[in-house]
Design a protein around this ligand. Structure first.
Ligand SMILES: [Zn+2]
Length: 73
C-alpha cells in the first residue's frame, strides 16, 4: 500500500515537472519569436522620398538608404 502511494506521488511530481518544462519551452520560444520579429521590423527611411522600407531591401549608399535604384542616383 505504501509503495503504491509512493508511486502515485512520484507520478504527480513527474507530471508537474513535465508541465513546468513545457511551460519554460513555450516561454523561451515565444521570446525568441519576438526577437526575430524585431529584426524584421528594422525599418529605414529612403533619403529621397522618405518611404519606410526594411533594411534588408533598402539600397545603401554611404550612410543613407534608398528605396530604389532610381532614388539612389
Ligand atoms: Zn525613395
Amino acid at each position: 500500500m505504501n509503495l503504491i502511494r509512493l508511486l502515485v506521488i512520484a507520478a504527480i511530481i513527474w507530471l508537474c515537472y513535465r508541465i513546468y518544462q513545457n511551460w519554460l519551452e513555450t516561454k523561451s520560444s515565444a521570446a525568441h519569436k519576438k526577437q526575430h520579429d524585431n529584426s524584421i521590423e528594422d525599418m529605414v527611411q529612403c533619403a529621397k522620398c522618405g518611404v519606410h522600407i526594411p533594411q534588408q531591401e533598402a539600397l545603401k549608399s554611404g550612410d543613407k538608404f534608398y528605396c530604389s535604384e532610381a532614388h539612389k542616383q
